[in-house]
Design a protein. Structure first.
Length: 196
């Protein structure tokens, strides 16, 4: 890590990641917890990545999901939609929830290689719903592979410092709350996945 990096996550993007994770998290201690996956969307300014929103993509029975062609096609579609909308946003990485704490595991490295081979600035966010509920924890970390090219399963990774932007998007947060309330009263999921 040559230059200081920072991730700035909008409050509404973080709230949506948490909602996506808890939608498929069981209240029972021994309950069935499913792992969620999604895209982090925003823009890069110098060494700072601004995560402005997320796109929930899918849920899976465990964290052994392999991001194949279908997942990458969805990422391409999200980028195309942002471009067509005249947005300066693009996919900057991906996120997933975790049953086993906040670790960048072998499967994560394998999945991330294809992203970071495409764009060396791509990131991954791992959220632990269990740790998120702990008052002494934030419950997530942001990761990136070391170096600028030639990644493999033995490539080291590191955590990138982050901060949550709380007041930049009050209207976005209020809009999200309205959608959550409408969905609640319509008996719909609080947050929908990509093709729902």
């Amino acid at each position: 890590m040559a230059e200081e990096e920072l991730i700035k996550i909008s409050a509404s993007a973080m709230m949506n990641i948490v909602l996506h994770a808890f939608r498929f998290w069981s209240n029972e201690p021994t309950g069935k917890h499913e792992i969620v996956y999604g895209a982090l969307v925003g823009y890069i300014e110098g060494n700072t990545r601004h995560i402005k929103k997320i796109v929930p993509i899918l849920h899976y029975k465990n964290n052994d999901y392999e991001m194949g062609d279908e997942f990458m096609k969805i990422i391409g579609t999200i980028n195309k939609s942002e471009l067509e909308a005249g947005s300066m946003n693009e996919v900057l990485g991906w996120y997933r929830s975790s049953k086993r704490g906040i670790k960048f595991e072998a499967r994560d490295i394998k999945n991330h290689i294809q992203f970071q081979d495409f764009n060396s600035k791509f990131i991954a966010l791992i959220l632990s719903p269990e740790l998120y509920l702990d008052p002494d924890e934030y419950g997530f970390s942001v990761f990136r592979l070391q170096g600028e090219q030639y990644y493999n399963m033995m490539t080291d990774y590191y955590r990138i410092p982050w901060e949550i932007q709380t007041v930049e998007d009050i209207s976005g947060i209020i809009s999200n709350f309205k959608i959550y309330i409408e969905n609640y009263f319509l008996d719909q999921p609080l947050i929908s996945e990509y093709q729902e």
